[in-house]
Design a protein around this ligand. Structure first.
Ligand code: SAM
Length: 277
């Protein structure tokens, strides 16, 4: 017994199923079920929600989500070695856990989920940012999910919540904060994981806003921001040279000095510029 449920402790599960961690799959497991229940709580009341979890591994966070009362959990795991352990969790929570063996980058989870949908995951570091960018840039807004509660390397988490004027401020901050409320909900030291990664981690919670904070065409905003931050040390009149006719006039019309650098320009002014180019 392990505290939050009647299943065996995770160390026993890992030993029983031979789940030695694979670096290539970003496997840094959370084995403390009190901690995984705490992470699940950061996602709010899950009793009326379907949860999408990417990379359940041996199932520590999955058990946290189910113990917190998640209506249903759809878990996508690439490593087939984890399936028997996940099957045991499924049996302990009948009808509430569905596991798909595959690559989260290739699987469309929507067919298996009923709104409201929340995404909660201790993401594999190698695909974490790519998945986040996909979830933040759907064709339609609001997206299929209501909130994201995601573990990242601390440095990535800081880039998501960064404010203008800081080194971490860039494309990811703008992408995330344009249409979401984003904050760091928890910080975790390397020792919270088995095996411990080299760096600290943090859980970021993002809530989808019903509409963007400021109007802008998503593709134009994306392009102008990518270009502006591509050479973040340069003044914007140089970084955006040739991006659009009369770029200096457009910068001024958007309330931006041509001598400003991208990292000092807030979201509202980037949106104004995207409307002008
Ligand atoms: N959720 C577990 C926990 O908190 O202990 C494991 C987290 S571990 C950081 C990342 C998990 O994602 C691993 O189980 C790994 O096998 C899985 N994974 C890696 N790449 C994946 C992918 N492309 N699609 C789905 N799962 C993946």
């Amino acid at each position: 017994m392990s505290g939050i449920d009647t299943l065996p402790p995770l160390r026993e599960v890992i030993a029983a199923h031979g789940l030695s961690a694979k670096k290539s799959l970003g496997q840094n497991f959370l084995l403390d079920l009190n901690l995984t229940a705490k992470i699940a709580r950061q996602a709010g009341d899950l009793t009326q929600a379907d949860v999408l979890e990417i990379g359940p591994g041996p199932g520590g966070l999955t058990r946290g989500l189910l113990a917190q009362g998640a209506r249903r959990v759809l878990a996508i795991e690439k490593d087939a070695r984890c399936l028997p352990a996940l099957e045991e969790i499924s049996a302990a929570y009948p009808g509430r856990l569905t596991v798909i063996n595959g690559d989260a980058l290739d699987i469309d989870p929507l067919a298996h989920l009923t709104p409201p949908i929340r995404i909660v995951a201790n993401l594999p570091y190698n695909v974490g940012t790519e998945l986040l960018v996909r979830w933040l840039t759907p064709k339609e807004w609001p997206p299929f999910w209501d909130s994201l509660t995601l573990m990242f390397q601390r440095e990535v988490a800081e880039r998501i919540v960064a404010q203008p004027g800081s080194k971490a401020y860039g494309r990811l901050a703008i992408l995330a904060q344009w249409r979401c409320e984003a904050h760091i909900a928890m910080s975790l030291p390397p020792g919270a994981f088995t095996p411990p990664p080299k760096v600290s981690s943090a859980v970021v919670h993002l809530t989808a806003l019903p509409a963007p904070r400021f109007p802008a065409d998503p593709q134009k905003l994306e392009r102008v921001v990518a270009r502006a931050f591509n050479q973040r040390r340069k003044m914007l009149r140089a970084a955006l040279k040739g991006f659009a006719p009369d770029i200096e006039d457009k910068l001024i019309a958007a309330g931006i000095q041509p001598t400003d650098r991208a990292e000092t320009v807030d979201l509202e002014r980037f949106c104004a510029l995207a409307r002008l180019v």
